[in-house]
Ligand binder design. Structure first.
Ligand code: ZN
Length: 112
């Protein structure tokens, strides 16, 4: 059963429930509706987390550690080692001189 099958089944139940006079049944269906909304939200959150994890894994598999930073695939600007290792943030480094790089996060934190 996919989400749209489930959604139309659920809408049918809600429509049928409107015809029911018994308040206990109505309340049970309302509670079921609320719990279902919670589950739908949880499912969205989990899909989002999984997608971010897959994206992180793909990045981690394709980076190469150098003295300058992490290089992703054939990109020519390295990523900050500390930001990735500590916080899983992909921060491109900025040139701070010939062959030297600085993390923009570092500049941002200094100016805070
Ligand atoms: Zn950094």
């Amino acid at each position: 059963m996919n989400y749209s099958d489930f959604s139309s089944l659920f809408k049918n139940i809600i429509e049928l429930a409107k015809k029911i006079k018994d308040s206990k049944v109505k309340n049970a269906i309302l509670e079921l509706q609320n719990k279902t909304m919670d589950l739908i939200q949880e499912n969205i959150d989990l899909k989002d987390q999984l997608s971010r994890k897959k994206d992180e894994d793909e990045f981690a598999k394709n980076i190469k550690l150098t003295d300058e930073g992490y290089y992703y695939k054939d990109e020519t600007t390295p990523y900050c080692i500390r930001c990735w290792d500590a916080d899983k943030k992909r921060i491109h480094l900025q040139k701070s001189g010939y062959g030297t790089w600085i993390c923009p996060e570092e500049i941002f934190l200094k100016n805070k």
